[in-house]
Write a protein that binds this ligand. Structure first.
Ligand SMILES: [Zn+2]
Length: 158
């Protein structure tokens, strides 16, 4: 409708998926006018773009300006999956960092300053403690792929 200048970028393929609110917001933004749409504080799970909050016919959904669309339940599920992946990435990084520190301690000369050696060994112990704390957190965390369904079920009973 409005987009006559596709410019050959990949985003143009989703132009038609944009509801009127997003299109009006993008035009207002381009012209430096105040925008009337409800911009959420959430980022798109697929492209990292800003999500608009749109309520149509009593249904709430979120959509970025390239057309990725989420129900609140799916957005929650996406955020939970992302959070779990980031936490596991942190666990892995702590394991790697602690191992590397221990490897470096083993390369210290025999006559290295014992105080410095102890400080470096303490760094490795802290990495292990933090890794274990994150593992405990992950074990106590509900299954991220089930969170959207749990919320949906609770909303349907309400
Ligand atoms: Zn997106």
């Amino acid at each position: 409708m409005v987009n006559q200048n596709n410019g050959g970028n990949g985003a143009a393929a989703h132009e038609d998926a944009k509801p009127q609110t997003i299109q009006q917001n993008l035009e207002a933004q381009a012209q430096g006018r105040l925008r009337g749409g409800q911009l959420s504080t959430y980022a798109c799970a697929e492209c990292g773009g800003t999500l608009w909050q749109i309520e149509e016919n009593g249904h709430l959904h979120f959509q970025c300006h390239v057309g990725h669309t989420y129900s609140p339940q799916v957005l929650l599920q996406q955020k939970a999956v992302l959070l779990e992946a980031l936490l596991w990435s942190s666990v892995r990084t702590l394991v790697e960092k602690g191992t590397l520190v221990r490897q470096m301690v083993n390369r210290l000369p025999a006559d290295a300053d014992p105080e410095q050696r102890a400080r470096i060994e303490q760094m490795a112990r802290l990495d292990t403690e933090q890794e274990q704390a994150l593992r405990r957190m992950l074990e106590a965390y509900p299954n991220p792929s089930a969170q959207g369904y749990i919320v949906t079920e609770a909303l349907e009973k309400a």
